[in-house]
Design a protein around this ligand. Sequence first.
Ligand code: NAG
Ligand code: NAG
Length: 429
Amino acid sequence: MPPGSLSTSFRLWWRRRGAAFALALLAAALLLALSRYAAVPSASPSPSYGHRLPTLVDLTLVYDRGAVCLDGTPPGYHFLPGFGEGSHSWLLHLEGGSWCPNLKSCARRQKTSLGSSAYMDSRVDFVGILSDDESQNPDFYNWNKVKIRYCDGASFSGNVQDQVKNGTGFFFRGQRIWEAVMADLLSKGLSRAKQAFLTGCSAGGLSTYIHCDDFQALLPKTPTVKCLADGGFFLDVEDISGRRYMRAFYNDVARLQDVRKKFPHCRSDMEPGQCFFPREVAKSITTPMFILNPAYDYWQVEHVLSPEGSDPQNLWRNCRVDITKCSSKQLEILQGFRKALLDAIDELKNRRDWGMFIDSCFIHCQSMKAITWHSPSATRINNKTVAEAVGDWFFDRREVKEIDCEYPCNPTCYNAVLDKPYKEDWLAG
Ligand SMILES: *[C@@H]1O[C@H](CO)[C@@H](O)[C@H](O)[C@H]1NC(C)=O
Ligand SMILES: *[C@@H]1O[C@H](CO)[C@@H](O)[C@H](O)[C@H]1NC(C)=O
């Protein structure tokens, strides 16, 4: 062995590996610094109830001719890649935000993120079922996750060829947005998913009932495809003044956006809006679904049961924002509303592969906040949080058909207290 070969080979090693070695050292130091930073308790209580701040996820726009928001801008989604064992699992979330029943309200939406990507935040927090924090989202934290933005005004169901003009132009292309976003995601790895989960809340919950079987059909090679509709079981009931306010509202949405053709199951003697209710949509769904719905969903109490015009004396003002302020007569009406929900889902209870979590709380969209999805303050039924119940059902760990006892029996209920009786243009749905 020639002299100096040892130091030569060390120099060679250093030239090849030294940079990587130095980088690794630097990374270790950084990690140590970061973990110290993360361990510092924050002065104010963290709103996320996780171990760290929520991850911010960038907006991706989808350019597909014909698939456009109400104002003609491209639709979009936020994508957070999965990691580790979750790399081949996909969870999609359809954003909610009510509906627009006429050109006037659609024109208002065109000036918001619910009708135009020009107003969408370029980055959003991923929390609750979208969180990548294991302590907040124990079963799905490492999955690929997508939040699909809602900007068509009719739960991704309209498909009107021609632009509607009245001063400004309107596009009713929700169905095409659904198709364009799915095509884009399939090409980015969704088509090779080992498990796939379509979820959504409020108007996005309704979208989930509507598109669940479409989703399954797009994934013929995926062994497990399931759906979760959160706060989306809107009821076709009379309001406190005896009108079917919600049906009339859905009739307007359905006519404006011609959604009837999306519902082949809809009988011709039914009003167009009737076909839009989950009770009707669910009849033909063959994919396993989980119904997550509070029996006293505050959005429905506000907009379905006691809509503004039905209460001229404003007797429901306090009850509408805080269930503890309801009179005994009002509570009786709320119990009737709960009964109507239980009747509507009665036959769905017998479907072996379906799950449900019908808690008796005054809340809306429980999968979308850390505190209601999975936290020490989260609502529990049989000592399980919503996240645990949904996970148990998704992974077949047990049968989950949880129907809570009547309000106010559940001491773990996380009940909301709203600060405004009516939200502008129903945007919160
Ligand atoms: C069209 O716009 C005008 C003026 O803004 C409004 O008065 C009218 O009601 C609109 N038409 C429809 C069908 O909404
Ligand atoms: C409820 O679940 C928690 C863990 O989530 C457990 O620590 C506790 O013992 C359980 N309580 C009962 C009564 O089973």
